[in-house]
Write a protein that binds this ligand. Structure first.
Ligand code: DAK
Length: 261
């Protein structure tokens, strides 16, 4: 990292092959100001290019994953200010991360905070987590994918209700409706995310990368286009050492040692 970030804490080897990024504006419930988002984008880019990292976890603290974009920073802005700030380039940078990202969520995941965890690939939540898109209550609407990713995850009925009323849903409701992967007691949510990250980190990094890309492609393509995309990535993996190692290890009844080549 070129300079130490102020609003995030980055631990590149929290566990072997697993990086942890903690959002760290606790007094403001991790409200996502522009600096924090820039630091997050830069950290993800560095970790994405670090061969020793195979999975990334983004977390907050027990009270909040993130309570949204920083309302105080946005309040006085004009449409042209927002256009010129071009936050989308930052969010697009985060979205481009090739390695899998797990959001470990406790407490509030609201507005941009909910959108950030939906931009991640999987979500592990504590029983105290609350998800919501309350932008409507402050006179706006979701601006970083909330109307799209939430709808694709939970369906029209619940997404419409959440986006139009700003209501929060609990971790259990989020699990029941397909928004998140797991719910565990609050003292375990980070451990649980690490457990999931370890399972992923034990696989072929190149396989994981192309599989993630293929799953995400499902959101942007017809079934036939998606199947063609998947097939090409599948063939491509036969050019990797990891494919030989994985299949040979199976035949030789041993654990594979994947190198990401
Ligand atoms: N922004 C700024 N400060 C926030 C904040 C936020 N989103 N959320 C909380 N804080 C601050 C509070 O102002 C308070 O600061 P002080 O007053 O102590 O200085 C401190 O955090 C503690 O908050 P509370 O005192 O309110 O704590 P409570 O436990 O009573 O309530 C709460 C917790 C989460 C229910 C409440 O703080 C709340 O309603 N917060 C706002 C939630 C919200 O409306 N979130 C959506 C924000 S709009 C875009 C990308 C993203 C976005 C837009 C565009 N582009 C790419 C263009 C996203 C927009 C949003 O997220």
């Amino acid at each position: 990292m070129s300079s130490t970030p102020e609003f995030i804490i980055v631990t590149p080897q929290y566990e072997p092959h697993i990086a942890l990024i903690q959002l760290n504006r606790p007094k403001e419930l991790n409200a996502l100001n522009l600096q924090l988002m820039g630091e997050l984008r830069d950290a993800l880019k560095i970790l994405d290019n670090d061969d020793s990292v195979r999975c990334i976890i983004i977390t907050g603290n027990e009270k909040a994953f993130a309570a949204g974009a920083d309302i105080k920073q946005m309040a006085g802005k004009s449409a042209i200010d927002m256009l010129n700030i071009d936050q989308f380039s930052t969010w697009d940078g985060i979205k481009k991360t090739k390695k899998p990202i797990i959001a470990a969520v406790s407490g509030f995941a609201l507005g941009g905070g909910c959108e950030l965890c939906m931009t991640c690939d999987m979500i592990v939540a504590s029983e105290t987590a609350k998800f919501g898109q309350p932008e409507i209550k402050i006179g706006v609407m979701p601006g970083a994918g909330g109307t799209q990713r939430l709808t694709k995850a939970v369906g029209k009925a619940l997404a419409m209700e959440m986006v139009l009323t700003g209501k929060f849903i609990s971790a259990d409701e989020a699990l029941k409706n397909g928004l998140i992967n797991r719910v565990v007691p609050v003292e375990l949510y980070l451990n649980e995310a690490v457990k999931l990250a370890k399972e992923i980190a034990a696989q072929s990094p190149i396989g994981v990368r192309l599989a993630k890309e293929s799953v995400l492609n499902a959101f942007n393509s017809t079934l036939d286009e998606g199947l063609i995309f998947e097939r090409k990535n599948f063939y491509l993996l036969f050019a990797s050492d990891d494919q030989k190692e994985g299949m040979n290890a199976f035949v030789e009844k041993r654990k594979p040692d994947f190198k990401g080549k």
